[in-house]
Ligand binder design. Structure first.
Ligand code: MSP
Length: 520
């Protein structure tokens, strides 16, 4: 039987400014879902890339006295460096300035909209926000400034091509309501439906004499595609749409998931599906809308000088710690605040003193006893965890569990709770479940004073160490998509191969693992 496929993308960032922690968050969230899907045995493709056209980039290049091409050539390296340093497992990277890979498909998509009778020319007068790379309305302004980008919009009067978005409003509404096109979380689905009520046709091009840095409109070189019809097409051009070889496109489209931030939701939940409907192409299955990382409640912005830079964090703490922070501390679908202090507290509390300490204690106790075989069935329930648990299932639901043995909890409570959270793509709840459980293992060691039993009652201690090693090995598999290197170290510390899944028959201490260094 052919393997189920999973095609996941991030948005493609503009290259006008260096990447910040918000970009790292989006990469990480998509990476966790991609790695999880690979572990489930799905045939997975994970795409990211760069959005290289538009006024933002042309102006940023001009400010550095460079041509747009020189400018993006330098900047794209910084984003690719971040992907590498954060250990992101993307299979591909698409650049919208790539005239071979991207332009033919972007132009073919445009032509399909035109053939459907959905592109028309009209005189336009409006307010253009360069931050949005889109026209905005009076409603988006506060004190004359764009509410999101805090800049005055530009008054623009010109002849543009328009896309007949209104033609698809009814169809789109139906498919969103029926869940055939899924928007996560549910609150964003409602927001999209409300926005849809008010939306009109949209401008899809600008005169080339003003903006030439972009993909030319097919058949009319006086106009440049602007900028969403160009950028959104990346999700299909990367698969070869519009090229001589559409094999990948036929195999992997529609996308299973586009991961995007809330500020570009509308482009993905309204513009993009309407374009695909017009082109008679299938719609992506799910749009995953994450929240923002803020600084003291404020949006990160260069002008406020409060942009969190991921590179020094990666340098100081390493990729595994940054990945953990972004998954565990940033609410998957809500907004979260970042501070250096919070990062270092989490690093010390949950990684150095949490998992790191637990694993080295375990390895020490195990090294005293050598091999830990699977205990007799009748003894497995002898040493329960003496506290109840509350696991998070995603979508605000939770599940409580009474005292029972760690092995049973790992298999029958933690794993299904983790899976449930992952099924609803609530990755922060999923990883939190693992840490709730790991925290209890420390208490478990204390409550039975296992370190004393290792000497005084070694045979009984083996039962407890079995539970602990089993719990750690199971947790390692859940940690894998989040912290792949840490997960492998856990498995090797309890003496099983990195690809070894349960049922395990024995554990043994291999080495005293070092996971997280104490940082002053
Ligand atoms: N180029 C467009 C996307 C085109 S997709 C066809 C764009 N680029 S961006 O660089 O401005 O944003 C890239 C992604 O980063 C978006 O999903 C955006 O929501 C996300 N974030 C930008 N700031 C963010 C935070 N402060 N926090 C979390 N994510 C944020 O939009």
């Amino acid at each position: 039987m052919a393997k189920e496929k999973f095609y996941i993308t991030t948005s493609i960032p503009y290259l006008n400014a260096p990447p910040h922690l918000g970009h790292a968050l989006e990469y990480l969230q998509a990476d966790v879902l991609a790695r999880h899907s690979r572990l489930l045995g799905k045939n997975t493709i994970f795409l990211t890339g760069a959005d290289e056209h538009g006024a933002k980039i042309a102006r940023a290049a001009q400010a550095e006295k460079k041509t747009p091409k020189e400018f993006i050539g330098e900047k794209v390296n910084i984003f690719q460096d971040l992907l590498k340093k954060l250990n992101i497992s993307n299979d591909d990277f698409i650049r919208t300035s790539d005239q071979k890979r991207h332009w033919p498909g972007a132009q073919l998509l445009w032509s399909k909209l035109a053939e459907a009778g959905d592109i028309y020319k009209s005189f336009y007068r409006g307010l253009y926000c360069v931050g949005h790379e889109a026209f905005i309305t009076e409603k988006d302004l506060k004190n004359g400034l764009c509410e999101i980008h805090k800049k005055p919009p530009e008054s623009v009067e010109e002849e543009n091509y328009f896309f007949k978005l209104t033609k698809y409003k009814g169809g789109l509404k139906k498919i969103i309501e029926s869940g055939g096109f899924q928007i996560l979380p549910a609150s964003r689905k409602m927001e999209t439906l409300n926005m849809l009520e008010e939306i009109g046709d949209i401008s899809f091009s600008r005169p080339s004499k003003d903006i030439s840095w972009g993909v030319p409109v097919p058949g009319d070189t006086t106009q440049t595609m602007y900028v969403w019809p160009d950028a959104l097409a990346n999700y299909i051009t990367a698969l070869g749409f519009g090229s001589s070889d559409e094999k990948q496109f036929k195999k992997y489209w529609p996308a299973d998931m586009h991961v995007v931030g809330k500020d570009i939701m509308k482009f993905h939940t309204i513009f993009w599906p309407a374009m695909l409907m017009s082109a008679r192409l299938p719609l992506p299955k799910t749009i995953f809308v994450h929240g923002f990382i803020n600084m003291k409640g404020e949006k990160m912005s260069k002008s406020l000088g409060n942009v969190a830079d991921p590179f020094p964090l990666l340098e100081k703490y390493g990729a595994e710690a940054v990945r953990f922070y972004l998954a565990h501390e940033v609410s998957t679908f809500g907004d979260s605040d970042y501070s250096d202090k919070h990062f270092s507290d989490i690093y010390d509390g949950l990684l150095v003193n949490g998992l790191g300490n637990l694993l080295s204690r375990m390895a020490k106790m195990m090294s005293v006893l050598g091999v830990i075989p699977r205990p007799e069935e009748a003894t497995l329930a002898r040493y329960p965890i003496k506290k109840s648990f509350n696991f998070l299932l995603g979508e605000g639901k939770s599940w409580s569990f009474e005292e029972t043995s760690p092995m049973f909890l790992a298999d029958s409570a933690l794993w299904p709770a983790y899976q449930k959270a992952m099924d609803s793509y609530d990755i922060s709840s999923a990883i939190k479940n693992v840490w709730i459980f790991l925290g209890r293992l420390d208490e478990y060691i204390e409550s039975y004073k296992v370190y004393k039993m290792v000497k005084s009652k070694p045979e009984e201690a083996k039962i407890l160490l079995w539970h602990l090693a089993y719990s750690l090995a199971s947790s390692a598999w859940m940690i894998k998509p989040f912290m792949p290197e840490t997960a492998d170290k856990i498995l090797s510390a309890v003496g099983v191969a990195e690809d070894s899944r349960e049922p395990w028959t024995k554990f043994s201490a291999k080495e005293i693992p070092h996971l997280f260094s104490r940082i002053k």
